[in-house]
Design a protein around this ligand. Structure first.
Ligand SMILES: [Zn+2]
Length: 432
């Protein structure tokens, strides 16, 4: 595979960003970065303080190249409790590079963070450009999570109707998933957990489309938060520290909305992933007597269990009971409230069901579990499939809620650091 040339980045800018926007942006970039890193470090520190004043923290993916130039800065910042993640060795579109080169770069990036004394457990690809092959490379490295797959919430973006060419090219570049088809939740992929990034981000709203008024940006982000809250899902918000000072009021408005909605868990990505891994491991204790099964779930790891029940039209009285007592969820009934899987269901779909909070089993005969899937559904719209499952549920299903007790959705504030000085920013063009 030929290695990309220096022109790779120009080509990327021309195809996806447009020459005019790129030049306009160059002027704005000059105002945001200085020739010394002081200006941007000031923004990063204010950003961190903003979150810490609210009793929470954030995740800042940063390139190893930037860390290697300013190791003391990042070591000291990481001691304040902020989480850093790896954002590539340099700010490259890794989909254009040979796999061997990608793996070498990423291993080198990890050793830069290690030598600088900056702990990391996660990754985000520059430009959110990634694919299955790149994620497989990440799986071989000691990362716990990736947060690069974008999902796009278009509903409140009226500006889209005006047919903004730049925005359409950007969306085309990101190829985001649709929250109307896929629940926006962390998803385990092998040893990695993928945390979808919600778009539009600050880059799209503030630089690419004329949503200049700050209240337009906060209005769109608040609308996403409200939807995420109603669905009990995850909002990974992206605000680059270079725009923090322009959008701090929009961020304040989002945090205020989170407080007024209630039950919003604001946490860095690493903390969300540690919870997610623990939650995926939930295991019931089973005992059988008199043709009935008793299922006990220990709720002490902050699990919240609920029973999805079938429409009871045909059955006046359900033949099961479920109670919460002494920190345990106890179910008694004739059917196991789980999803039984046949040979036609692969481990990938099984993993999605676990992410959704269901307990899956291959140990019991089809008639013993409330739901049995002989094969994977043909429907690739997972949200629609779930709605259909619930509408025609043959028996009760235990589901562990996505978030720890006391929370109904999660919000992670993230901000990629691509450069600290204007020289670094423009150096990206020559990085190939
Ligand atoms: Zn970046």
């Amino acid at each position: 595979m030929p290695l990309p040339t220096k022109l790779g980045y120009w080509k990327f800018l021309r195809s996806y960003r447009g020459v005019k926007t790129t030049l306009q942006r160059a002027g704005r970039i000059y105002a945001r970065y200085g020739f010394s890193p002081r200006q941007l470090i000031g923004s990063i520190s204010e950003f961190i303080d903003h979150l810490q004043a609210q009793g929470c923290s954030l995740t800042l993916p940063v390139t190893a190249q930037v860390v290697s130039k300013f190791p003391r800065v990042f070591r000291e910042l990481s001691r304040t409790g902020v989480e850093f993640a790896v954002h590539g060795l340099a700010h490259l579109d890794y989909t254009l590079l040979a796999p061997e080169r990608v793996e070498r770069d990423l291993r080198q990036a990890l050793s830069v963070f290690e030598q600088a004394g900056v702990p990391v457990s996660g990754f985000r690809f520059p430009y959110l450009r990634c694919n299955r092959a790149l994620l497989q490379i990440l799986e071989r490295l000691p990362f716990e999570y990736d947060s690069s797959i974008p999902c796009f919430w278009p509903k409140h973006l009226d500006i889209l109707r005006h047919g903004n060419g730049v925005l359409h090219r950007m969306i085309d570049q990101y190829q985001p998933t649709s929250p109307e088809r896929v629940p926006v939740l962390p998803a385990a992929q092998g040893p990695l957990v993928e945390l979808p990034v919600s778009l539009p981000d600050d880059d799209i709203l503030f630089d690419r489309i004329p949503a200049k008024r700050r209240n337009v940006v906060s209005g769109i982000w608040i609308a996403i938060l409200q939807e995420v809250h109603a669905r009990g899902e995850l909002f990974v918000l992206q605000l680059h520290p270079e725009r923090y000072r322009f959008l701090k009021n929009a961020l304040a408005a989002v945090l205020e909305e989170a407080a007024s909605l209630g039950g919003v868990w604001i946490a860095p990505l690493g903390e969300i992933v540690r919870w997610w891994k623990r939650r995926r491991e939930w295991k019931p204790a089973l005992s059988f007597a008199d043709g009935r099964v008793e299922v006990v779930v220990d709720l002490s790891p902050a699990f919240q269990a609920a029973l999805l029940e079938p429409a009871r039209r045909e059955q006046p009285e359900p033949d099961w009971q479920a109670v919460v007592r002494d920190g345990h969820y106890r179910y008694r009934g004739t059917l196991l409230p789980f999803i039984g899987l046949g040979e036609g269901v692969g481990t990938g779909f099984e993993s999605r069901l676990r992410d959704l909070g269901f307990y899956t089993t291959r140990e019991f005969p089809p008639r013993q579990t409330s739901v049995f899937l002989a094969r994977e559904p043909e429907e690739d719209n997972l949200r629609l499939w779930l709605r259909q499952l619930r509408a025609h549920l043959p028996g009760p299903l235990i589901r562990i809620a996505p978030w720890p007790e006391g929370y109904c959705c999660a919000l992670a504030i993230t901000g990629d650091i691509d450069a600290l000085t204007i020289q670094d920013f423009f150096h990206r063009i020559h990085e190939y």
